[in-house]
Design a protein around this ligand. Structure first.
Ligand SMILES: NC(=O)c1ccc[n+]([C@@H]2O[C@H](COP(=O)([O-])OP(=O)(O)OC[C@H]3O[C@@H](n4cnc5c(N)ncnc54)[C@H](OP(=O)(O)O)[C@@H]3O)[C@@H](O)[C@H]2O)c1
Length: 335
């Protein structure tokens, strides 16, 4: 694989064939709906969802990946353009949007540490609110903003798109303010609220809940998992697929998209243990309060997806685990 480096941009040479198994999507985009490949710019492209979005978009779009780092961490995915971009830097964002004029922007970059957000409030605000404002102002095409189920307080979930917003913590608050900024600055925005993402790639070393759980269980270590928080665990691979489906329908507005099963973290952990044949007795039930997290979590959370089901379906837990089984770094030394 070759790189062409200039001061700001690195461009990889194109591979000869299609990457990924997305034949139906390729068919859709070439059967008259799109005459040519549109450009899609992804923020937070080195993150979990960003990586899966690149993977899903290659072959269907001209992909411009952007993140904080000087070079892509996931160059092995195939052919795409990469630009280093800090969303909090308004001039940098403007410059990159002018250079590439993306038809579609998926804004997945964010400050995502829910507990860290309580201690680093200014940093979290500058990335999730000011950064989103910079992206929304610069975006002249279709904007997709990735939001969270943490905009709800978890007193009466699962939640529909129109249910009242009430945030418990700073992360959820800044993501909600990001939603408002997007609606203020753009007319064609799609806001997608998702929940508890997991996904794997060789460069992703910061384990999410599922990665941590698998690593502990394969070493036969007991884990404490909350019985009182209900969410829809979501494989980022699957969300990336559905986001591109929603784009193909040309939809605007707020949509909920997350794993089809709403489960407590404890129930989900048992499913993971059973799926991978780990000892389920290693999973010890506790409450969120016992785990001593800094930020409050919505307990009766989760997302209703009736609106999504008019267009697409997410996978259930078993199918999602089948997908991530293929990408989990099984051979790496146990961390
Ligand atoms: N993870 C979840 O459970 C979850 C649940 C619901 C919604 N979401 C939303 O889904 C989206 C994707 O989440 P994810 O799990 O893929 O998160 P992630 O893995 O943490 O990826 C976020 C990416 O954004 C980058 N970033 C941070 N500050 C930035 C800045 N100033 N400018 C540009 N990029 C910046 C991060 O870089 P560094 O890693 O170097 O900081 C990281 O590569 C986010 O919008 C998040 O709020 C996530």
């Amino acid at each position: 694989m070759r790189f062409f480096a200039s001061a700001d941009f690195m461009v990889q040479s194109r591979p000869s064939g299609l990457i990924g198994n997305r034949k139906h999507k390729q068919y859709y985009w070439t059967k008259g709906v799109r005459a040519h490949m549109e450009s899609i710019l992804i923020t937070g492209s080195n993150g979990v969802l960003g990586t899966k979005l690149i993977q899903a978009a290659i072959g269907n779009f001209d992909v411009i990946a952007t993140d904080l780092q000087a070079a892509p961490l996931n160059a092995c995915l195939g052919s795409f353009t990469y630009a280093s971009m800090d969303v909090t830097d308004e001039h940098q964002v403007e410059g990159i949007f002018q250079k590439f004029s993306p038809a579609i922007v998926i804004h997945a970059g964010a400050y995502t540490d829910v507990d860290g957000a309580e201690k680093n409030r200014d940093l979290c605000y500058s990335i999730n609110v000011t950064g989103t404002q910079n992206v929304a102002k610069a975006c002249k095409g279709k904007l997709v903003y990735i939001s969270t189920d943490y905009v709800f307080d978890g007193t009466a979930g699962p939640y529909g798109e129109e249910d009242p917003i009430h945030t418990l913590g700073w992360y959820g608050e800044t993501k909600y303010q990001g939603e408002q900024v997007v609606l203020n600055y753009t007319e064609k925005a799609l806001i997608c609220r998702t929940s508890t993402l997991y996904g794997f790639a060789p460069h992703i070393t910061r384990y999410n809940f599922v990665g941590w759980l698998i690593r502990q269980l394969e070493q036969c270590k007991p884990v404490k998992v909350a019985t009182d928080q209900y969410v829809n665990h979501t494989a980022a691979d699957d969300l990336a697929r559905v986001l591109l489906d929603l784009l193909a329908f040309g939809l605007d507005g707020v949509f909920h998209a997350a794993g089809e099963d709403r489960l407590s973290r404890f129930e989900f952990a048992l499913r993971v243990a059973d799926f991978f044949n780990f000892d389920r007795s290693l999973i010890l039930p506790v409450t969120c309060a016992e785990l001593g997290w800094t930020a409050l979590r919505p307990l009766q959370g989760g997302l209703l997806m009736d609106k999504l089901h008019g267009y697409a379906h997410m996978m259930d837990t078993s199918r999602q685990l089948e997908v991530i089984k293929k990408t989990f770094p099984w051979s790496d030394p146990i961390a």
